[in-house]
Design a protein around this ligand. Structure first.
Ligand code: DC
Length: 221
């Protein structure tokens, strides 16, 4: 039996930061499911398939092969034999992933892969439907959220620090749009599982969130 922790929540709530630290401390594997949906988005973007062309999206599914590997403990996504990890974290790919992940056939393709990973190893897995759909029997489910304004501010600070030009209002609007899309789609929308513990990180440091989760793990034992 493996021990699995599911972390769901909206874009920018800090899921991956928290999941990575936790996985390292626990000696578990961190599984970033958003990266898998992003890799599928890259596949369609490379073929100039429009996000609303469901027929083409569905007909090309059999041509997609996604594999997960780990290099120095960091997840790599292999799309049809090519390591696309370095192409996944752009705003454009995130937006396309939010659109194409709404299609049931796209989700079907990835859910099984995610479940298989959790079956063979202890994981901290983050995404939108981990506690509700992928790992309904996860040992601990966290719903990590933060206000849209707090998430936009964090993103803004991150970009400014990198020396990139950005506009807070545009970032906030993008976040609100993505929330709406991820929460209102028909198939596996982002929602808190009934047995998930909600953590609002708006006014919390990373350390405070980690300590809260660690206490929940202790309580579980
Ligand atoms: O977490 P992220 O920003 O990398 O995810 C990109 C998009 O992928 C997100 O907007 C919705 C989708 N996604 C999903 O539908 N289900 C998941 N388990 C993870 C991500």
């Amino acid at each position: 039996m493996t021990h699995n922790i599911a972390i769901d929540g909206p874009a920018g709530a800090g899921k991956s930061t928290i999941a990575k630290i936790l996985a390292k401390e626990l000696g578990y594997v961190y599984v970033d499911t958003g990266a898998m949906y992003r890799a599928i988005a890259v596949f369609y973007m490379d073929r100039c398939v429009a996000y609303d062309d469901e027929e083409s999206v569905n007909s090309l599914i059999p041509e997609i092969d996604i594999r997960i590997e780990y290099k120095d403990g960091i997840q790599q996504v292999i799309l049809n034999g090519e390591n696309v990890t370095g192409r996944l974290r752009t705003e454009e790919v995130g937006k396309m992933a939010s659109k194409t992940s709404a299609y049931p056939k796209v989700r079907e393709k990835l859910v099984e892969l995610q479940q298989n990973l959790a079956r063979v190893t202890n994981v901290v897995m983050d995404g939108r439907d981990i506690g509700t759909k992928v790992l309904p029997d996860a040992d601990l489910k966290i719903y990590l959220t933060a206000s849209a304004k707090a998430r936009a501010k964090r993103r803004y600070d991150e970009l400014v620090q990198k020396g990139e030009k950005c506009d807070y209002d545009v970032i906030l609007k993008d976040i609100e749009e993505r929330d709406y899309q991820d929460m209102h789609r028909k198939e596996s929308p982002l929602t808190k599982a009934a047995d998930a513990v909600e953590i609002d990180s708006s006014d919390m440091s990373i350390e405070e969130v980690i300590n809260t989760v660690k206490n929940l793990i202790k309580d579980e034992a």
